[in-house]
Design a protein around this ligand. Structure first.
Ligand code: PAF
Length: 278
């Protein structure tokens, strides 16, 4: 596996592949890799001859008081995991390389995508995500990039950004990878203590039950109230629990694909999850 800590090195390696006519698939990450990330990499390998992963904890997507400083950084273990998963090149930029200007250019995600769900309680978060992903895309210039459906709002926003800015990059979304008990894999699961970890799968179970009831015609408002009560009884502090269009995250219109979205605090961990409604 090659590694690049300068843009010149990154470009030189990719340029050689391009001269050989090889396609490039890209998996951006913030490190602290788990099996969910490795599934993204496996998908990237299916989609192109060459794979690039990045590890960069992006300061602009963390709000004041969020966990930027304490976000788990596990560089050596991440490099070993990428190497054994068959990654060809890892890009390891520093903050000064990613944002050389004191006042960097930043993207503004349209309110209609960013003022809801996670965006409502994390103002500016998706502007930070879109800005760093655009920078990573212009550095790596992949043919295809792979993202997890666990961050479904992020996936929708990135698809829309790529379309709106005509970036010509295919975006592949991969279903959430879960622990055996259903908990969605996430770097932030490390914040759960043993007792919280045993209760954490309730979030997914509640979503699955709700999706089944909605598919059978249950009333969403009543279902939502009962589900919030279940989460609270299990010790969660719910942030939101919504039923939204899978395409544009607004109210569901009859007949369109939809999903249930939830975020809830359990101790120090803010867990998010979503499931399709058939
Ligand atoms: O999903 C993530 O890990 C991050 O939001 C991303 C896409 C790597 C941007 O920092």
């Amino acid at each position: 596996m090659y590694s690049a800590d300068s843009l010149d090195r990154l470009r030189a390696v990719i340029e050689r592949w391009r001269q050989d006519g090889d396609g490039v698939a890209f998996v951006p990450t913030m490190g602290n890799l788990h099996d969910g990330h490795l599934a993204l990499l496996a998908e990237a390998r299916r989609r192109a001859k060459r794979t690039v992963a990045s590890i960069f904890v992006n300061p602009t997507q963390f709000g004041p008081g969020e966990d930027y400083a304490s976000y788990p950084r596990t560089r050596q273990a991440d490099l070993a995991a990428l190497e054994s998963a068959g990654c060809d090149l890892v890009w390891l930029p520093e903050v000064e390389q990613m944002y050389p200007l004191e006042q960097p250019f930043m993207l503004k995600v349209p309110d209609s995508l960013s003022d809801r769900l996670c965006g409502a309680s994390r103002p500016g978060h998706f502007d930070g995500v879109a800005s760093v992903v655009l920078r990573l895309f212009s550095q790596v210039r992949p043919d295809v990039a792979v993202f997890g459906e666990k961050d479904f709002q992020q996936l929708v926003i990135i698809r829309r950004m790529v379309e709106d800015l005509s970036l010509g990059i295919r975006i592949a979304g991969l279903p959430t990878v879960r622990e055996a008990d259903g908990l969605a894999m996430s770097s932030r699961n490390a914040y759960l203590d043993e007792d919280e970890r045993s209760r954490a799968p309730v979030l997914y179970r509640v979503l699955i039950e709700m999706a089944g009831s909605l598919a059978n015609g249950a009333d969403f408002k009543a279902l939502r109230a009962a589900s919030l009560a279940k989460l609270e009884a299990a010790g969660f502090r719910p942030d939101y629990l919504e039923w939204r269009s899978a395409g544009h995250l607004a109210e569901v219109q009859p007949g369109e694909p939809s999903r249930l979205f939830a975020a809830a605090w359990l101790g120090k961990a803010r867990l998010i999850d979503n499931v399709p409604v058939d």
